[in-house]
Design a protein around this ligand. Structure first.
Ligand code: COA
Length: 180
């Protein structure tokens, strides 16, 4: 089976995670939100950061989904994450997640990464419906999703525990283009 592909967007490259991304993972472990919504360790712990990178690297091979490091075009270092997990593979339904380190925010990188990844998943990877779950207060994430072609479908009450409390989430989705 071929590995997870690298994909170019307008201003970013999506590539598989590498062991050399550990320093970046350590740098976001002190972010107030990223460790709560991802497998990033919640303290700067080298073993935990390496475990994060390893988990991203095996996701595709294990058939659970996709996980890319987001790298600005022409650069080497990762500035963020975008990935997807099957929710119900038999129904071709998956969910997307994303985060970007504080230094690279508000530069359009995340919107390009999410637009690029979701377009590829819906056209090339057999995903028919791609969902995103966003807490209502998270205006930046709402903007990213809408710029990447996702539409809001409703509010899911008490959707998931985040930081010790159950949180509501907007349900967003982007649908594969018709092929017939
Ligand atoms: C939310 C997050 C992904 C936004 O990433 P970003 O790199 O700033 O996004 P972009 O630069 O691509 O910005 C896309 C749009 O969102 C807007 N935006 C970004 N952050 C914003 C904020 N905090 N408030 C309002 N608008 C915001 C940008 O201005 C831009 O809008 P524009 O094109 O109309 O000017 C980032 O802040 C983050 O990783 N936060 C922590 C993790 C998280 O919340 N992940 C998503 C969970 S659902």
């Amino acid at each position: 089976m071929p590995g997870q592909p690298e994909i170019h967007g307008d201003r970013i490259l999506l590539r598989p995670w590498r062991a050399t991304d550990v320093d970046f993972v350590l740098s976001v472990s002190t972010d107030p939100l990223i460790p709560l919504i991802s497998q990033v360790p919640d303290r700067p712990d080298a073993a935990g950061a390496l475990a994060f990178v390893d988990a991203q690297r095996v996701r595709f091979e294990s058939g659970r989904g996709w996980a890319w490091a987001v790298v600005p075009s022409g650069q080497e270092k990762a500035v963020g994450y975008v990935g997807a997990l099957w929710v119900a593979q038999s129904a071709a339904r998956a969910s997307i997640g994303y985060w970007t380190g504080p230094a690279a925010r508000r530069s359009g990188v995340t919107a390009d990464a999410v637009r690029t990844a979701s377009g590829w998943l819906l056209v090339e990877a057999g995903v028919a419906r791609l969902e995103a779950y966003i807490e209502p207060w998270n205006e930046g994430s709402v903007r990213v999703a809408e710029k990447a072609g996702f539409e809001r479908e409703g509010l899911m009450r008490s959707f998931a525990p985040i930081g010790g409390h159950r949180r509501d989430a907007y349900l967003y989705a982007r649908i594969a283009p018709e092929t017939t």
